[in-house]
Design a protein around this ligand. Structure first.
Ligand SMILES: O=P(O)(O)OC[C@H]1O[C@H](OP(=O)(O)OP(=O)(O)O)[C@H](O)[C@@H]1O
Ligand code: HPA
Ligand SMILES: [Mg+2]
Length: 184
């Protein structure tokens, strides 16, 4: 851990900075192959996906354009409310474009399931998903995801964009939170 580990708030490091970087390079290589010769728009889902977007975009050789959506279903808690709100929509029309949604995590799947139907209705040429993390045991809806970095256990994680009550997003690694932090 480093100096941003916030004392005893973290239980353990789940995925190190080195492991994240190696995985993003691997994902970028297959994404490059998939979109060779095509115009690609990557859509980051704020705020959690900022780190993945920044690092994945730089790992890609394919020239991309970038846009952002902000949706929120978690508020300050550790459970998805299931109600997805648009806080910021895309700046661009995606009709006829190749779109790749970039996420930090698929937990219940509710956010992405909603996003896929919302963006899918705008008639993109193609619509795929790349997520750094996925919790298979937490899935409430089945989602087809083309690129997954790591399948992780059903524990609340923070770091590398992921927050608990807006904190810990700037950790360079992904860690699990000590239960005393969220009253567990
Ligand atoms: O699969 P789900 O159960 O829907 O959870 C995944 C979503 O929850 C988190 O976002 P959040 O709503 O906390 O907003 P944030 O990115 O600003 O933290 C995360 O970044 C994903 O977008
Ligand atoms: O495990 C998580 N940590 C942080 N944010 C999240 N949003 C969904 N799942 C998580
Ligand atoms: Mg969050």
């Amino acid at each position: 851990m480093d100096d941003k580990d916030m004392g005893t708030d973290l239980k353990s490091v789940l995925i190190t900075e080195e492991e994240i970087n190696a995985k993003l390079a691997e994902l970028a290589a297959t994404i490059d192959a998939e979109y060779a010769g095509k115009d690609l728009l990557i859509v980051g889902v704020l705020k959690g996906a900022v780190m993945v977007m920044a690092d994945l975009a730089r790992a890609l050789s394919t020239p991309v354009t970038m846009d952002w959506m902000a949706v929120s279903s978690y508020g300050a808690g550790t459970q998805s409310s299931g109600v997805v709100r648009i806080l910021k929509d895309l700046d661009t029309d995606i009709k006829g474009k190749h779109v790749l949604i970039v996420e930090d995590i698929i937990d219940s799947g509710l956010t992405l399931s909603w996003l896929l139907s919302n963006l899918g209705s705008r008639e993109p040429a193609s619509l795929n998903v790349c997520t750094l993390l996925r919790k298979p045991e937490a899935a409430k809806v089945a989602i087809k995801v083309k690129w997954v970095g790591f399948d992780i256990p059903n524990e609340f994680v923070v770091g590398y964009g992921l927050d608990y009550a807006e904190k810990y997003r700037n950790l360079r690694f992904v860690g699990t939170l000590a239960p005393h932090v969220y009253g567990g």
